[in-house]
Design a protein around this ligand. Sequence first.
Ligand SMILES: Nc1ncnc2c1ncn2[C@@H]1O[C@H](COP(=O)(O)OP(=O)(O)OP(=O)(O)O)[C@@H](O)[C@H]1O
Ligand SMILES: O=P(O)(O)OC[C@H]1O[C@](O)(CO)[C@@H](O)[C@@H]1O
Ligand SMILES: [Mg+2]
Length: 441
Amino acid sequence: MTHDDFKVKVLGRAEVKSKLTPSSLSDGTAFGFIENDDRVLINTTLSNYKQDVETSKTPISFEIAGPHEYLYFNPSNTKVAIVTCGGLCPGVNNVIQSVVNQLYYRYKVKQIVGIRYGYEGFIAKYNHQEVELTPQSVDKIHFFGGTVLGTSRGDQDIVQIVDRLSKLNINILFCIGGDGTLRGAHAIHQEIHRRNLNISVAGIPKTIDNDINFIDKSFGFETAFTIANDIIRYAHNEAIGAYNGIAIVKLMGRNSGFIAAHAALSVHEVNLVLIPEMAFDMDGSNGFLNVLQRRLENRHHALIVVAEGAGQHFFDSATLEKDASGNIKNKDIGLFLKEKITEEFEAKGFPFVLKYIDPSYIIRSAPANANDSKFCGLLAQNAVHAAMAGKTDFVVGHWNSNFTLLPIPISVSKRKEIDVEGELWWNVIETTGQPASMKKQ
Ligand SMILES: Nc1ncnc2c1ncn2[C@@H]1O[C@H](COP(=O)(O)OP(=O)(O)OP(=O)(O)O)[C@@H](O)[C@H]1O
Ligand SMILES: O=P(O)(O)OC[C@H]1O[C@](O)(CO)[C@@H](O)[C@@H]1O
Ligand SMILES: [Mg+2]
């Protein structure tokens, strides 16, 4: 990838160049506006910088988000739609509320509609009616988990979506969702572009899995692993309460193990973490079962955290099922581990007590915690700034302490995963004391 791949698109030249009133203090000091060439480096190490200088390469960087002085849209006749798609995630209502408030109070945009139940809300056959959104109607929604607009999975016809956007005279569409939603947003943008329409499409990254590329964290992730933290601590009590007690906690994380890794790092009592990115064997002297048995022989209890996407290689790939959006439905690795441990230890006459805990949706249907609430508000404000300036096909992100804007295709070009040779995974290994590899010898 080159520097140019990271350039955010802007809609064609604006007819009306409205100006944003600066945020200023009574002494006239104004909060600065952002210029299009304000950027943050992807890699800030000195060695990387020297290498770029030596090879005369323009380093890869992201556009910094923030208020632009010149607006593409004229607030008095701008109409905005907001849609939420994919699985629930803490903070969706905070984002909806902050988008509405920022548009209404900062930009004086008064026409805002919510699309019901994800992308299917655009499709006539479902007969979902748009709802008007005002600061009054979204007042207090941030106290609740879920999404007041409703959500859905499943492919929808992009042509019909853009027909509906045109019919409603929408100028800006905010798509709140994960990688699937962002792919959908890009497809909508392409159809808008094909028809030469002036509609901006903005993405706001929602996923507890934290698997969106080039974004250091998605909203909801932190709340999800914080809730998991409590559950793991309680599971530890189950493990230590019995001789050779084993507690297994399965956590969401379809393809990436960030929730499991961060939850384990935040608890410190976890002995084994299994994630999708790490291949492991059941048998053999270094395999999972023997590692677990040695742990029990030494300490007489074991706390295991397993991400739902771990160990999928143990299941027959011919029986794989997909959800309505085409995402692979993982088989239950927690139950599989329970069965394998039971089989092995019973056959050996090795005493144990096993509790399997699957908190499932509980970690994602709760309201956002304080840090996520703050993060949601700032992501939303920055998405509004960029969209009002005419940016399109972008997702608002966060990198190296800055809010950023990324072209959507870049953000979905690859799923973000844990590098098992990188710092985060080594932190997990050092904190848990688990072997670096659980592969057969
Ligand atoms: N390539 C695509 N083109 C058009 N629409 C898409 C595309 N990929 C996904 N979508 C649509 O985006 C919506 C959300 O996708 P999906 O169910 O995968 O959730 P997500 O946004 O990835 O969130 P989660 O993190 O919960 O999985 C669905 O309606 C899906 O059909
Ligand atoms: O059962 P659902 O709602 O399709 O979603 C489950 C998936 O959604 C996620 O929570 C991501 O949103 C994954 O961790 C999980 O695999
Ligand atoms: Mg997804």
